[in-house]
Design a protein around this ligand. Structure first.
Ligand SMILES: [Zn+2]
Length: 121
């Protein structure tokens, strides 16, 4: 686990500083997660062989998606599993889950619908 300091800022000048925990994936963990996604997508592709006409589109689509998701998962070395912060606008609690630590992250508050941006500091 590694800590990353972030600043959550709204469009104005309100902000809050937080520390989020990064979960690092080693090569074996990434391979395991990527393989799961590959199996899920390729199982769907096999299932769609049984669907007439649509199988011409869905089978190649899910075969390709399986490879794409496998590649993306292998490239993802860390993730913020869960973090808590406050909305800079309405001060409601934000629960952020499964964030990719590619800053800045743009999102919006589910309570007040205002946008905010998460920067690494
Ligand atoms: Zn809000």
């Amino acid at each position: 686990m590694q800590k990353v300091k972030v600043r959550i800022k709204n469009l104005g000048d309100q902000f809050g500083d937080y520390e989020f925990m990064l979960t690092q994936f080693d090569k074996n963990q990434r391979l395991k997660l990527a393989s799961k996604k590959l199996v899920i997508f390729w199982t769907l592709a096999i299932f769609f062989i049984l669907v007439p006409i649509l199988h011409f589109v869905l089978v190649p689509l899910f075969l390709i998606l399986g490879v794409v998701m496998f590649t993306r998962q292998m490239a993802q070395t860390s993730i913020i599993v869960e973090a808590q912060a406050q909305c800079p606008n309405c001060k409601h609690e934000l629960i952020l889950k499964d964030l990719k630590p590619q800053f800045p992250i743009n999102d919006h508050c589910p309570h007040c619908r205002h946008g905010y941006r998460i920067h690494q500091i």
